[in-house]
Design a protein around this ligand. Structure first.
Ligand code: DC
Length: 231
């Protein structure tokens, strides 16, 4: 069957990656979590003291460091998911905690960071056969993707899911703090100047507030099969 590009965009913590990973593994596609790439840059910036006390970024230093930031994914046979590596260091767990989450949106607004990430993402999708999730995949990275989905759910539902996920991993969390973080990221992601989060005109909208994980996985599989049959 002809390989296609599947772009899954939407708000933070709305289950995009869960459905994208599930579909990729069922149909033998590569799954790419572009949020993890912005998180990896954020982790690098935190490690190298590139934030000022007011939360702003030392842009000159970050720009000079960009050639030293190499992000790769390695498939983990045990979890059946790709893990994120920064300069060959395993950072998958580190980029999911509250510290990176609280600093990632400003990093994702920086033009030279986005240019570098988008170029890498386009390279990763050159041979097609990918499911890529993010914020600007259907609008900027792959405007010609054969299947585009825009996922959303209420902020409260998304905060609850993130809270449950962190507790499940044994990481301490406060629901109120997470809800604030979800809302703040929505605000920054949607209002930034470069590649703001928005639904592509030809994307299919999915509000999964009231869907279970198996239901949303099934929905995505149906969309994939429909597009493949049309191709
Ligand atoms: O999907 P996530 O929560 O891991 O994304 C982390 C941050 O990166 C979030 O603030 C939005 C941003 N992001 C982006 O701007 N563009 C993407 N393609 C993916 C994520």
């Amino acid at each position: 069957m002809k390989k296609i590009i599947i772009a899954i965009d939407g708000h933070s913590s709305c289950g995009k990656s869960t459905m994208a990973k599930d579909l990729a593994s069922k149909i033998g596609y590569t799954y790419i979590d572009t949020g993890a790439m912005y998180r990896a840059v954020t982790y690098y910036a935190l490690q190298h003291d590139l934030f000022l006390p007011d939360g702003s970024i030392k842009l000159d230093k970050l720009e000079a460091a960009m050639p030293d930031i190499h992000i790769t994914f390695r498939f983990n046979e045990e979890t059946r998911r790709p893990d994120t590596y920064l300069n060959n260091e395993y950072i998958e767990d580190k980029i999911r905690g509250m510290e990176v989450s609280a600093h990632v949106s400003p990093i994702a607004t920086v033009g030279f960071v986005r240019t570098a990430m988008v170029a890498q993402q386009q390279e990763m999708g050159r041979a097609k056969g990918i499911v890529m999730d993010g914020r600007d995949i259907g609008t900027v990275v792959f405007p010609d993707a054969e299947l585009k989905v825009f996922v959303t759910a209420t902020a409260e539902v998304r905060a609850q899911r993130r809270y449950d996920e962190l507790l499940g991993k044994g990481q301490p969390a406060s629901f109120e703090e997470i809800l604030e973080n979800v809302k703040e990221r929505d605000r920054i992601d949607s209002s930034r100047e470069i590649s703001p989060l928005r639904q592509a005109d030809d994307a299919i909208l999915l509000d999964n507030s009231n869907l279970t994980i198996p239901q949303q996985n099934e929905w995505l599989m149906e969309q994939y099969l429909r597009v493949c049959n049309e191709e």
